[in-house]
Design a protein around this ligand. Structure first.
Ligand SMILES: NC(=O)c1ccc[n+]([C@@H]2O[C@H](COP(=O)([O-])OP(=O)(O)OC[C@H]3O[C@@H](n4cnc5c(N)ncnc54)[C@H](OP(=O)(O)O)[C@@H]3O)[C@@H](O)[C@H]2O)c1
Length: 242
């Protein structure tokens, strides 16, 4: 039987998934609290699968308040860290912004991390051709911490550098993009040997000079924290220095 989806929320993930589901030709309804509150019951009744795509802290209270509407539905949330008996987690391992939608190929390649011991992705989100990986639910907060470190922390670093290049150095952001692309490419090809620069070379003198220049910039703290954390970096201990 063809699924009928109800996407709840009008934020970033909801807008991307709505576009994706429509590109796939899946029957999809959308509802958000900005719209008509009374239409939720009708849309829930018309759907086989409800995706609760709202802010993490709001998911459980929302599902609790509307328990009766969803008792016979497959209910899924997209949080990377939340585990709740009220819905199954299917975390799209991707970053979704409010800018441009992505293309169909990008959407299809997004891995979904689902909860070990629960239904398969083909039951949670039938009609999606995406790869999926199972994770012990107890590990979800740690898994999500790694996602945030890799995707969000690096975004903060690049945003900082883009702004400083343009405002303090008078260099265009475009000068950075070949570097960004190569860093990502090197990590993909050979993560264990991707690190270069003064930390990889153990060049303390250069690092001290950098910290003097950064002075009271809050990112001096980040720089110091990275030096300290890199001492325990498993790649560094596996011959990553070159
Ligand atoms: N963005 C990403 O890159 C990403 C990636 C993977 C997974 N996720 C997960 O996807 C889910 C949605 O994230 P998002 O980035 O799309 O968030 P978002 O852009 O901040 O949108 C949050 C949505 O939740 C709604 N909302 C908040 N509190 C609500 C409540 N009490 N009742 C009803 N609706 C409520 C908001 O409604 P209003 O607009 O009316 O405030 C908004 O539509 C989260 O579980 C998040 O962890 C996000």
């Amino acid at each position: 039987m063809q699924p009928t989806y109800l996407l709840i929320g009008s934020g970033r993930v909801s807008r991307h998934l709505e576009r994706y589901f429509r590109l796939l030709g899946l029957r999809t309804h959308s509802w958000s609290r900005k719209g008509d509150p009374s239409s939720l019951a009708k849309l829930a009744q018309a759907s086989s699968h409800a995706l609760c795509l709202i802010s993490d802290p709001a998911i459980e209270p929302f599902l609790h308040d509307h328990e009766a509407l969803f008792s016979s539905k497959t209910v899924v949330h997209a949080s990377g860290s939340l585990v709740t008996p009220r819905a199954r987690g299917a975390h799209p391992l991707m970053t979704f912004t409010s800018a441009e939608p992505y293309d169909l190929g990008t959407y299809k390649a997004i891995p979904f991390v689902i909860e070990k011991g629960g239904p398969a992705l083909t039951d949670l989100l039938p009609g999606l051709p995406n790869p999926s990986f199972e994770l012990d639910p107890a590990l979800k907060p740690l898994y999500h911490a790694y996602c945030v470190m890799s995707g969000n922390f690096t975004t903060l670093l690049w945003q900082k550098v883009i702004v400083e290049f343009e405002s303090r150095l008078g260099l265009p952001r475009d000068a950075l993009f070949p570097y960004l692309a190569q860093v990502a490419g090197n990590l993909r090809r050979d993560a264990e040997h991707a690190l270069t620069g003064p930390i990889a070379r153990n060049d303390d003198e250069t690092m001290r000079r950098h910290l003097r220049e950064l002075d009271s910039d809050p990112y001096a703290l980040v720089y110091r924290a990275f030096i300290a954390a890199a001492r325990g970096n498993p790649c560094e201990n596996q011959g990553g220095r070159s």
